[in-house]
Design a protein around this ligand. Structure first.
Ligand code: APR
Length: 314
C-alpha cells in the first residue's frame, strides 16, 4: 500500500464561505494538496470539508480535506489562502468593506502567520490590495510571500468578454489587467491579442471600451445579479491558477497584487503588476513597456490603494 501524504503539500483556506469552499473544492478535486478549511463558525468548515473528503474517491483525488475552528490544525501549511470576511452586497464597492474586513484580516493574519511561519499567503478578501498589505504588516513576513489575488480574475473576466465579442476560444486570447483590484483597475487593451492579433486591429474603439468597462465592473455585475453576495467561481479558479503556478505546475507571468517599491516608478504599495510566481512566492516582477497613459492610470490606481491604507492607519 502506498501513501500519498508524505509528498503532499498542505494548503489552509481561511473562510469556509463561497470563495473559500470553492477554492478548497478545486484544490481537492485536482489533488493539488491536502486542504484545511478553517472558519469561526462551528460545524460549517467541518461539515463542508467532510463532504468534500467523501467526494475525493470519486474525483480520484489523493487529497485529504479537514474542517476546523482551530489554527493548531493549520500548522506548517505551505500555502495559506485568506478568504475570510464580508462580501459585497448590491450598491457596495469593494472599498466599503475596508474597516470591517481589516479587523478580520488582522486576527486571521496573526493566527495563521504564527501557525505557518514559512507559508506563502494568498489574500483574496476585499479590498484585496489593502488587505494584502495588512496581512504583511501583521505577519511581518517578507513581501515576497504575500500575494493578492485580483489581476488573474480581472484578466479572466476580460478574456471572457473578448470571447463573447469575437467567438474566439479563451485559450487563444492574451490579456492583461493591471492596477488595484478596484474601480480604477487598468485593462491594457494595447497588449490584448486574439490568436496573436492585437484587438485594436479588428475591434472598434467602442467595442473595446465596452469590454474594458465590463471588465472594470465585472465584480459589481455579479453582485447585482446575485443580490446576496459576490462572485466565487472565477475568484476561486483564479486563486487555484496562482497555487498551481506556485507549485510549479505552470510557468507564465500572472498579474498579482504584490508590494511594488520601485518598479513602474511606484513606491511602497500593494498593486497589481505581472509577476513570476514559484516555490518562494514572488520570484520576479515583470516590467512591461507601458505607454505614458497606461503608466499614469497605473499610478492613479496605486494612489487609490494608498488612500485606503491611510484610512486604516497603515
Ligand atoms: N476567521 C475565519 N473566518 C471568518 C472570520 C474570521 N475571523 N470572519 C468571517 N469569517 C468567515 C465567515 O464565517 C464566512 O464563512 O468568512 C466567510 C466568508 O464567506 P462569504 O460570506 O460566503 O463570503 P465570500 O463570498 O466567500 O467572500 C469572501 O472574498 O472575494 C472576496 O469580496 C469577497 O471579501 C470577500 C471574501
Amino acid at each position: 500500500m502506498t501513501s500519498n501524504t508524505e509528498s503532499m503539500k498542505k494548503i489552509t483556506v481561511v473562510g469556509a464561505g463561497n470563495v473559500g469552499t470553492t477554492t478548497a473544492q478545486l484544490i481537492a478535486e485536482k489533488g493539488l494538496a491536502d486542504v484545511v478549511l478553517i472558519d469561526i463558525i462551528e460545524g460549517i468548515p467541518q461539515g463542508k470539508a467532510l463532504d468534500m473528503l467523501e467526494a475525493c474517491p470519486l474525483w480520484r483525488s489523493p487529497s485529504t480535506v479537514q474542517g476546523t475552528n482551530s489554527y493548531d490544525d493549520t500548522a506548517h501549511s505551505d500555502i495559506v489562502v485568506i478568504t475570510a470576511g464580508l462580501a459585497r452586497k448590491p450598491g457596495m464597492s469593494r472599498d466599503d468593506l475596508l474597516q470591517a474586513n481589516a479587523d478580520i484580516i488582522r486576527k486571521v493574519a496573526e493566527n495563521a502567520g504564527k501557525a505557518s511561519p514559512d507559508a506563502i499567503f494568498i489574500v483574496v478578501t476585499n479590498p484585496m490590495d489593502a488587505m494584502a498589505h495588512v496581512t504583511q504588516r501583521i505577519t511581518g513576513f517578507p513581501h515576497q510571500r504575500i500575494i493578492g489575488m485580483g489581476g488573474v480574475l480581472d484578466t479572466s473576466r476580460m478574456k471572457s468578454f473578448i470571447a463573447m465579442e469575437t467567438g474566439a476560444h479563451p485559450k487563444d486570447i492574451e490579456a492583461m489587467v493591471l492596477g488595484g483590484h478596484g474601480d480604477l483597475m487598468v485593462p491594457v487593451s494595447r497588449l490584448t491579442k486574439v490568436e496573436g492579433k492585437n484587438i485594436t486591429e479588428f475591434l472598434s474603439e467602442s467595442v473595446i471600451d465596452k469590454i474594458n468597462d465590463r471588465t472594470k465592473n465585472g465584480g459589481a455585475e455579479i453582485v447585482g445579479l446575485l443580490k446576496t453576495g459576490s462572485a466565487y467561481y472565477a475568484p476561486a479558479a483564479s486563486t487555484v491558477e496562482m497555487i498551481e503556478t506556485i507549485l510549479g505546475l505552470r510557468k507564465e507571468p500572472l498579474p498579482c497584487s504584490v508590494y511594488v517599491d520601485g518598479h513602474y516608478g511606484i513606491h511602497g504599495v500593494y498593486v497589481g503588476v505581472p509577476v513570476m510566481l514559484g516555490g518562494s512566492g514572488i520570484e520576479k516582477v515583470v516590467e512591461l513597456d507601458l505607454t505614458e497613459g497606461e503608466l499614469a492610470a497605473l499610478h492613479t490606481s496605486a494612489e487609490a490603494v494608498k488612500g485606503l491604507m491611510e484610512k486604516i492607519g497603515i
